[in-house]
Design a binder for this molecule. Structure first.
Ligand SMILES: Nc1ncnc2c1ncn2[C@@H]1O[C@H](COP(=O)(O)OP(=O)(O)OP(=O)(O)O)[C@@H](O)[C@H]1O
Ligand SMILES: Nc1nc2c(ncn2[C@@H]2O[C@H](COP(=O)(O)O)[C@@H](O)[C@H]2O)c(=O)[nH]1
Length: 197
């Protein structure tokens, strides 16, 4: 796969990945493109099909997986998620930096491909703060919050394995975390900006 190096953002649910990513895409319009994943979970209020996710059924998603249309897929908190080859190709065809927001299972699967992204793990300051962010977001049932916190504990352990992530950013203060993210990506950002000027 060609073009600028993609970016994989991973980290526990509720840590702030979407918040950081949306800001990056707003501040650097025409530089980044989001890899729109497929999921079988229901849309949250305000989420748009084809923009936030391709919302689909288990049957349709399984068919796509069986037809080798996905570079990775995983089950998370009782739902299926996956990155289609088309989602990445759509972004790369425009010569944009492709951003993928995937869980740790997705990270492991992507490592088996030739995508060669920059792997970034977003870490919460503490499990207590993560739980508060998840609850305050008011998008999850209690059962889902518990499942997501359990997955977060596993993520936190796996993220400590050497060589899995290129960089770990602690999202305590959003401004500081965002500056750190920008610093890591500035070289790729500049390359894309230069090709457009
Ligand atoms: N640094 C921060 N300080 C306080 N609140 C934050 C911070 N970063 C994000 N948040 C808030 O935490 C909540 C979760 O953030 P967000 O939805 O971006 O997480 P996420 O990692 O994308 O979650 P998911 O993986 O479930 O989609 C949101 O309500 C967001 O406004
Ligand atoms: N392996 C993959 N994980 C994905 C993908 N898209 C999102 N995710 C991860 O799922 C959880 C939950 O997301 P939510 O939107 O329901 O809160 C989160 O950790 C995402 O990073 C994907 O295509 N593949």
């Amino acid at each position: 796969m060609s073009g600028p190096r993609p970016v994989v953002l991973s980290g526990p649910s509720g840590v702030g990945k979407s918040t950081l990513m949306k800001r990056l895409m707003k501040d650097y319009e025409g530089v980044f493109g989001f890899s729109v994943s497929h999921t079988t979970r229901n849309p949250r209020p305000g989420e748009e099909d084809g923009k936030d996710y391709h919302f689909t059924t288990k049957e349709a998603m399984q068919e796509g997986i069986d037809n080798n249309e996905f570079i990775e897929n995983a089950e998370f908190s009782g739902n299926m998620y996956g990155t289609s080859k088309a989602a990445i190709e759509d972004v790369q065809a425009k010569n944009l930096i492709c951003i993928l927001d995937v869980d740790i299972q997705g990270v492991k699967r992507i490592k088996e491909t030739d995508l060669n992204p920059i792997y970034i793990f977003i870490q919460p300051p503490s499990m207590e703060i993560l739980e508060k962010r998840l609850r305050d977001r008011q998008t999850e049932t209690e059962e889902n919050i518990q499942k997501r916190l359990e997955a977060a504990r596993v993520d936190m352990e796996l993220s400590k394995e050497p060589g899995v992530f290129d960089i770990v950013i602690v999202n305590d203060d959003i401004e500081r975390a965002y500056e750190e993210l920008k610093d890591i990506l500035i070289e790729e950002i500049t390359k894309v900006q230069e090709t457009k000027s």
